[in-house]
Design a protein around this ligand. Structure first.
Ligand code: SF4
Length: 350
């Protein structure tokens, strides 16, 4: 049984722990605040408590294995876990000089095998704990601080499918949005899924007012199933119905992610069908630029759409009355797609 780390605990749990150690539980909020701000413990804490904390929590559950910085400032970290596995996490500087966004992983590897995804090719190893997700955030926060930036947005869009590890993801979100710590609000957190319908409903049932993103990548079930094997289980109609229920709670638009793949899903006809699907639904469409990851599990090779095809696709969506935003590709020179840094390191180690 691995030793507990501070990121595994809620503030209430730390309060109970302090009480059981014979210290004032009110110190827990101060200790947690310094922890989440990546600062030293407050100097005014009782000496015995400081010593006990250092003894009980000598280290975290992650350590930095590799760090890459892209020309556009994107920082990709590969973190080693206590069992020797590794996981990626990414800091994306915002166009505003004092802000950044963080991308967190929820699993080591992924079981869903999306054909164009580097993580999908590596298979599933294990779920991450809530503490391991919190430590990803803290590693990114340290990076952001060194750049004099503050993390304004967190997306669960890294390795793994967050809705297949929902309990731990929810626990991590609850810690990051603990009102007494003033780290993030739920509105600053987005959970991204390839369309696990019961998971979308469970996220809704959690009552946490986070944002939702759904990756579609194709406008019909048959084409989608060639890219995302999970599509055979959850048809687009069911996914959009679940997304609609999520949206109905508080009228926040759901984000639809659509990654343009050259000659696969990027024709004006695809754009028309996508517009038909989303018409009259309050959803934002983000058009993503693909970062090549080599042949997929099916053996198919994918390439990003060229700029002319992307422009035609966006123009057709616009002509159909659908507003879509091309998302700036980030960190392309360091392998922007999730799973690429980890697989590159595994190849080096093999
Ligand atoms: S795209 Fe997401 S869900 Fe699909 S294999 Fe990659 S990590 Fe898993």
């Amino acid at each position: 049984m691995p030793r507990a780390v501070q990121a595994d605990l809620t503030t209430a749990e730390l309060e109970s722990l302090f009480e059981s150690w014979g210290f004032n539980p009110a110190n827990a909020v101060r200790v947690m605040r310094s922890f989440y701000r990546c600062r030293e413990l407050p100097g005014s804490l009782p000496k015995g408590l400081v010593e006990r904390l250092k003894r009980e929590f000598p280290a975290g559950s992650t350590s930095l294995a590799k760090r890459q910085v892209a020309e556009d400032g994107t920082v990709k970290l590969l973190l080693s876990l206590r069992d020797g596995r590794t996981v990626e996490t990414v800091l994306m500087p915002d166009y505003r000089e004092d802000r950044a966004a963080g991308c967190l992983s929820s699993q080591v590897g992924c079981a869903l095998g999306c054909d164009f995804c580097a993580t999908g090719k590596s298979g599933f190893e294990r779920d991450l704990t809530a503490g391991e997700m919190v430590e990803q955030f803290l590693a990114l926060r340290r990076e952001a601080s060194s750049l004099r930036r503050r993390i304004q947005r967190v997306v669960f869009m890294g390795m793994g499918e967050p809705l297949l590890n929902l309990d731990a993801v929810l626990a991590a979100i609850r810690r990051l949005t603990d009102a007494s710590l003033d780290v993030l609000g739920c509105r600053q957190i987005m959970v991204s899924t390839v369309g696990i319908v019961p998971g979308i409903d469970a996220l809704f049932d959690s009552g946490l007012p986070v944002m939702l993103a759904v990756s579609l990548h194709a406008p019909d079930d048959e084409e989608r199933a060639r890219l995302l094997p999970l599509a055979k289980r959850y048809p687009i109609a069911d996914i959009l119905a679940a997304a609609g229920r999520f949206h109905a709670r508080d009228r926040r638009a759901v984000n639809i992610q659509y990654c343009l793949l050259k000659g696969i899903n990027d024709s004006p006809e695809h754009a028309r069908r996508l517009a038909d699907l989303l018409r009259d639904r309050r959803m934002h469409v983000n058009i993503l630029r693909y970062s090549p990851t080599g042949p997929g599990l099916s053996g198919a090779a994918y390439a990003p759409s060229d700029q002319a095809a992307e422009a035609r696709f966006l123009a057709e969506l616009g002509a159909q009355g659908l507003v879509a935003h091309p998302r700036r590709p980030r960190g392309t020179d360091i392998g922007a797609a999730c799973g690429q840094l980890r697989s590159a390191r595994q190849e080096t180690l093999e």
